[in-house]
Design a protein around this ligand. Structure first.
Ligand SMILES: *Cc1c(COP(=O)(O)O)cnc(C)c1O
Length: 426
């Protein structure tokens, strides 16, 4: 009998044996002990399973990765030090110099920069596409060296919704996997594997942690993409790895191939591990994820409905609103709600938006998003302040856009705060 997702939030991951600690212990140890030199040699050859050095694997981290894997319905998972590291590894694990991939242009700014600037320097080219284009038009962006397609379930900060089925068809008809950053939706509201995604990433820094205490990331593999069926495209998985005595990951590890390769090569060489202490905090967050996400969505919908009725508000984008262009996609892919983040603007443009924000008392101006405390950010003045209005529009971000992350406070108090701030602007 398969447990429901609320039960998985609590019960998956750490499964103590008789006499072991009931709560997930923090294995605060860099290394692990063996009795013979040969035993340890086998671990280095990936011939035996076990822990030897925390840069590669740690039991606390693995238990938390296993929980997220169960929540997403995946085959294997790994934690990373941040969402940035997760997205970098997810792509770099299957792309090398000379390769190309396709990403939605509406993705998180940090990922946009990673793909468009930093990975370009590594010889990997990314084409950014308008994710709302029809399928036939998007198909034109595929090249013979295209190796992956990347999108976000709900984009940060424009909260646009990803059409999974359209992109899964496009990716698979070109023989490449679909990678989806599921940070804002979380597996409580959407499980991308059920809609054809092959690999899921997370910035666990957001709702999964939920309290704004630890930066972290995670990669989950569905195990569904058949690397061996596209042998020439993915030599890293389908030809011998000389740094591991000629192992062929896709042959030796089956559904675990992609994550094993990412751990054995990328974690070994780049070392972006999550600290076991942070993984422990993340696990506490995951235990209440199902309760929190539900409340975030209820509160956000009430705030969105309030804002929509205000004379001084220029526009509101929240997919759960009937008025949103994404309402159809929310109904299909996120029937229980999207997330607690919405975007809106005050009439009068950039300057009025800033004036309005400065009047807020309960909602705080911070870079963070998606945790228990209501917070907001004006991309044009903060994360994207180096861009002109024109450049902002080209990046799909309206200069007056306010990203509002609705927290877990009583929603009447959040609305009262917005109300008094609106009253103070002319
Ligand atoms: C925050 C965020 C990231 C980056 O994650 P960090 O944990 O800050 O490195 C990636 N994707 C999305 C959708 C995000 O919101």
């Amino acid at each position: 009998m398969a447990n429901r997702i609320e039960t998985k939030c609590i019960q998956e991951g750490w499964k103590p044996e008789k006499g072991a600690p009931r709560q997930l212990p923090i294995y605060q140890s860099t290394t692990f002990k063996y009795d013979t030199s040969d035993e340890m040699g086998q671990l280095f050859d990936l011939e035996a399973e076990g822990y030897f050095y925390t840069r590669l694997q740690n039991p606390t981290n693995d238990a938390v990765a296993a929980k997220i894997c169960a929540l997403e319905g995946g085959a294997a998972a790994m934690l990373t030090s941040s969402g940035q590291a997760a997205n970098f590894y997810a792509v770099f694990n299957i792309c090398e110099a000379g390769d190309h991939f396709i990403a939605s242009s509406a993705i998180y700014g940090g990922t946009y920069n990673l793909f468009g600037v930093t990975m370009k320097k590594m010889g990997i080219e990314c084409t950014f596409v308008d994710q709302d284009l029809p399928e036939e038009e998007l198909a034109q962006y595929f090249r013979p060296n295209t190796k992956a397609v990347f999108g976000e379930t709900i984009t940060n900060p424009t909260v646009s919704i990803f059409d999974f089925e359209k992109f899964a068809r496009l990716a698979h008809s070109h023989g490449v996997p679909l990678i989806v950053d599921n940070t804002f939706a979380t597996p409580i509201n959407c499980r991308p594997f059920e809609w054809g995604a092959d690999i899921v990433t997370h910035s666990t820094t957001k709702y999964m942690d939920g309290h704004g205490v630890g930066v972290g990331g995670c990669i989950v593999d569905s195990g569904n993409f058949d690397w061996l069926a596209h042998k020439d495209m993915y030599p890293g998985l389908t030809t011998p790895d000389e740094s591991y005595h000629g192992i062929v990951y896709a042959e030796k590890f089956g559904k675990g191939a992609y994550i094993t390769k990412a751990t054995a090569q990328l974690m070994r060489d780049f070392g972006s591990i999550q600290s076991p202490q942070n993984a422990f905090y993340l696990n506490l967050g995951l235990e209440t994820l199902h309760l929190r996400v539900k409340r975030h969505c209820e509160n956000a919908l009430a705030v969105a409905r309030f804002l929509e009725k205000q004379e001084k508000v220029a526009w509101v984008n929240y997919g759960d609103l009937e008025s949103s262009q994404y309402h159809g996609l929310v109904t299909k892919y996120l029937p229980n709600g999207s997330c607690g983040v919405l975007a809106f603007a005050i009439k009068g443009g950039r300057d009025t938006s800033v004036k309005f924000m400065d009047q807020l008392k309960l909602a705080s101006i911070v870079t963070h998003v998606a945790d228990s405390k209501t917070c907001l950010l004006h991309p044009a003045s903060h994360t994207h302040r180096q861009l002109s209005d024109e450049q902002l529009r080209a990046a799909g971000i309206a200069p007056d856009l306010i990203r509002f992350s609705v927290g877990l406070e009583n929603v009447e108090d959040i609305i009262a705060d917005l109300e008094q701030a609106l009253e103070q602007i002319s």
